[in-house]
Write a protein that binds this ligand. Sequence first.
Ligand code: ADP
Ligand code: MG
Length: 601
Amino acid sequence: MDVIRLLPDSVANQIAAGEVIQRPASCLKELVENSLDAGATHIRVLVRDAGRTLLQVVDNGTGMSETDARMAFERHATSKIREANDLFALRTMGFRGEALPSISAVAHVEVQTRTKDNEVGTLLEIAGGEVLNQSICQCPVGTNIKVKDLFYNVPVRRKFLKTDQTELRNLLNAFYHIVLVYPKVQFTFVSDDEVLMDLSASTEKQRIENIFGKGTGRPYTSQLVEVATDTELVSIRGFVGKPESAGKSSQQFFFVNGRFMRHPYFHKAVMTAYSGMLPGDYSPSYFIYFDISPELIDVNIHPTKTEIKFQDEQAVFQILMAAVRESLGKFNVAPSLDFNRSGEIEMPVPASGQVAAPKVTFDPTYNPFKTRQTTQPSVPSSWQNLYTNRSPLSSGIPEERDVEPIIPQLLDTEVSDLRLFQYDDRYIIFPAEGGLMFVNQHRAHTCVLYYRLKRQMENKHGICQQLLFQEEITLTPDEMVLMASLEGELQNIGFDVVQFSKQSYAIVGVPAALNGTGGVEVLREILAEVGVKQTRVEDEWRDKIALVVARDAAIPNGRHLTDEQMRELLRELWQLPIYRRTPDGKVVMSALTDGEIRKRF
Ligand code: ADP
Ligand code: MG
């Protein structure tokens, strides 16, 4: 008996949709790319409920004839290539003819479209791949497509979507990827009747300013220098951030032949060009546009794939690195930064900062959260316990690579009997059996505060200190969305923030641990930490927020501590579930073993 059957188109399209249309953001990408391919000079995007209920794209492009409008929704129907060879000379964004049939397989789609040669336009309604209605209509030249109730017939997909705020950020990111390549095209983005972005036709630089400039203080683009190089293999243009403008959050974009791409290897090239100019966890912004013959890259790009394979990656790496280096040199932005002993850089106050970097004073008696214990816990009797009985805090922690071969035994004494001293105003040192222990005071205190803050967040008991003068923090559209989704957790840790304007929040209160300082700075760090493009896991937000606040509130290195302050810190440290490393994996304590000491003599 024959068993093979051809799938009905409706089923095949749903399967294809699973690949091409994963979330509202991929739908937006496909629709806007179609508008660009149709030569539109003005494109409006309107979304409702982060694209769940409505995603609409209105363009003034060529429009479609009645027959083409109908054809557009057939599988593999495209006006953009006719034969396989055309693939190698692609100048359009789309070419597979998959997007529209995929979208219409999983949503209610309504299109109005008219070409300039026609007096009247076509109205087409399709749902679940079935044409419901086709008629003539009055409409301007161009295409107006509404995608309603995305995934209404695919509950699994619907379930996979994140909160509205996360999906809205995804939409904005997808939008950035396109509008940064087409500065000559006018774009508008409206979410729930609110205009989030209105970008007039401009130059690339002005477009960057319009998106990421915050309209206050120094222009964003004054922090960028131009990159330009032309070789036989590739031409590279764009902008990179001056080293002093680098931060923990930065805008980083690569484009190749007009498409956004991710490229970790080329990212490394840029970072290498900056080597020695930035402290460890800072990174520069960059907007880099590659132009390369389509034959030298993998052209059969999957619509959702943003990694692109270059034939000669090493050569491009070298060219890119040299180009960025040259720009940094030419614009005389050689490092003029102040390295302190550990190689960390004291960063200047950012342009927008009306607020000085957080300054925290450590008061060992101030401890509103602690339930005083009558008997002080003793030091774990064996140093090995510190290494063995502890499970790693989270999967994000690096492997323990630097465990000393011989582990000194902690002397079997109470913390109160330990002979302690502080070295270099940053290490607490005391003798242990088999060696000398070093504890970094800043990291130790970070651990202590981290667990305390997390407990408060879990109990929704963050202690807030109201500010005498509220501070304002200005944000980009996607940061505004992120901020809205973080409000709850921020409140849990003791922040009191309210939306102030379309692009700013007012900080009314900060977690008490911060002693009333650094609200803007700490919030920026939090946004950077949770906003990293790949980490959209909302469950990790709490940990990250707690860590940022802990880090900022912890005793800094370079602060002199009294004997009692050191003891108190060690006592609190010993009580933690994990204290050998900070939650982000940095070493808190380390030992100089007897063997190592003897070798010196
Ligand atoms: P592809 O873009 O890969 O060709 P799509 O399914 O996205 O496939 O679109 C199918 C066809 O519909 C396109 O080739 C184009 O001819 C037409 N089309 C889609 N959107 C528009 C638009 N906004 N304006 C004009 N034509 C369009
Ligand atoms: Mg397309």
